[in-house]
Ligand binder design. Structure first.
Ligand code: FES
Length: 94
């Protein structure tokens, strides 16, 4: 979990090394995603088991039905940078 610019984020990397950052709050009922397990690029909500893609924020397992915001991540010289300006969910809708 990371706090940045008033947002709480779940940040991590997949088994293939791809980094991702998503909002830390589950869209089902407010579970803290950063307290869940990360397996094969999926974050499992610790409350009821919904799964979200760490890179896209898409729902991969119920009971959640709405995605969480996802943010572009890049790694430069070992430093992880998250762009909070453009959540991918908003891009898909707009
Ligand atoms: S609060 Fe996350 S699955 Fe229910």
């Amino acid at each position: 979990m990371v706090e940045a610019e008033g947002r709480s984020l779940c940040v991590g990397h997949c088994e293939d090394g791809t980094w991702g950052a998503i909002d830390n709050v589950c869209t089902h009922d407010g579970g803290v995603l950063g307290e869940g397990e990360l397996e094969d690029c999926l974050v499992e909500c610790p409350r009821h088991g919904a799964r979200f893609d760490l890179v896209t924020g898409e729902v991969r397992a119920l009971p959640a039905v709405f995605p969480v915001n996802a943010y572009p991540v890049r790694v430069i010289d070992g430093r992880v940078e998250v762009d909070l300006g453009v959540p991918t969910k908003e891009l898909e809708i707009g």
